[in-house]
Design a protein around this ligand. Structure first.
Ligand SMILES: *Cc1c(COP(=O)(O)O)cnc(C)c1O
Length: 358
């Protein structure tokens, strides 16, 4: 059996370890940037009764046209731009790479960043080049410029705000990269609801920029829905790679329903921004913690003179799950990432951290 696997599964895949998602049981989940809130009861009931009417025997609308126009309106896609939807923005990253993968084509991203860029580059036989961020987790422009000239990337992914660091890159740096990039630049705005800045309005200024969004971090992680918007010339090509019914009827209906109640989602994400400030304030009271600025619904922090692994485990023992990043070498050594949850969850995290650290 192992011989068969060795013979036929490509080396790139065999050498990977599977993306590990821990089983949270009934722990307080502050590890995955989820929105902690459900919908109000009346909204849930209205949704459920309408769901019952959906014709499950029929294929979905292949282009999800009703949902697409709703989402374009809610997300402020500029006039004249086009969008496609994906089964999460992960699928859109995959679609982009499948469409751009020529022999020797290069995917580039600053590092540390969202790991799926690198994973999907591998799956699609593209070469991946990660360029280290500077010590403030900003783009290291001399290094980026040199790398762009050297590798001539087909696509550059910029997570804005970046995950796992939480910060926004300088707008001027991003503009400079878009202007000098020979190929496509994807600005991944998974955390736009918490960021206050966006490249969406700038789409029409460039012919090599697309903007990606997801509803996951807005409170609909269970749905799996992402969007990619940009000039029709790019989007039309990506649409050829998309599987015809990638957005199922339940997602098409439920996402439209949720976005029709955008005010509720907005209240929730606004609350998360308020609680982010409370959590930042609380973290700043620890002498042995360095926290990094966040424009997202999570906070990256580093522990001084203590092993982050031990803190992660102690929190876990107390029923609180956050994300450990310490296994990565380099700038994330001894770093942990906590998602902003509901106020009482954040408080439980802080109380527990205090017991561990003091
Ligand atoms: C979470 C995340 C995504 C993935 O979003 P899905 O729509 O849930 O697939 C994409 N990009 C970044 C930077 C993320 O952090």
């Amino acid at each position: 059996m192992t011989d068969l696997i060795k013979q036929w599964i490509k080396e790139d895949i065999r050498s990977l370890s599977a993306y590990h998602v821990p089983d949270p049981g009934d722990m307080i989940k502050l590890d995955a940037m989820e929105n902690p809130y459900l919908w109000p009861e009346s909204m849930r009931q209205e949704w459920q009764s309408q769901l019952a009417e959906i014709p499950m025997n029929r294929y979905p609308d292949p282009s999800a046209s009703i949902l697409t126009s709703t989402i374009e309106q809610v997300m402020g896609v500029p006039e004249g731009m086009q969008s496609i939807l994906g089964n999460g923005s992960d699928e859109l990253i995959q679609i982009i790479c499948m469409a751009l993968a020529k022999p020797d084509s290069v995917v580039m991203a600053p590092e540390p960043t969202f790991v799926m860029y690198q994973m999907i580059a591998r799956f699609t036989n593209m070469e991946y080049q990660g360029i280290p961020l500077d010590e403030n987790f900003q783009l290291d422009m001399p290094a980026m410029i040199k790398a762009i000239e050297t590798y001539w990337p087909s696509v550059i992914f910029l997570a804005y705000p970046n995950n796992p660091t939480g910060n926004l890159f300088s707008e001027q740096d991003v503009r400079n990269i878009i202007e000098m990039a020979p190929g496509l630049v994807v600005v991944d705005e998974a955390y736009h609801a918490f960021a206050g800045h966006s490249f969406m309005p700038m789409l029409s200024e460039y012919n090599n920029l697309v903007v990606m969004r997801t509803v996951s971090k807005m409170g609909l992680a269970g749905l799996r829905l992402g969007m990619l918007s940009g000039p029709s010339e790019w989007i039309n090509e990506f649409d050829k790679v998309r599987l015809p019914y990638n957005i199922n009827v339940l997602t098409q209906f439920s996402a439209k329903f949720a976005l029709d109640h955008d005010d509720i989602l907005k209240q929730q994400t606004d609350q998360i921004c308020v609680d982010r400030a409370v959590l930042q304030e609380a973290l700043s009271s620890f002498e042995n913690i360095i926290q990094y600025p966040s424009a997202a619904n999570f906070i990256l922090f580093k522990v001084k003179d203590m092993n982050s692994e031990a803190i992660f485990e102690a929190l876990k023992q107390s029923g609180i799950l956050i994300k450990r990043l310490a296994d990565t070498s380099g700038p994330l050594v001894n770093c942990l990432r906590v998602t902003v949850g509901a106020a009482e969850e954040n408080q439980a995290f802080i109380d527990c951290l205090r017991k561990i650290l003091l």
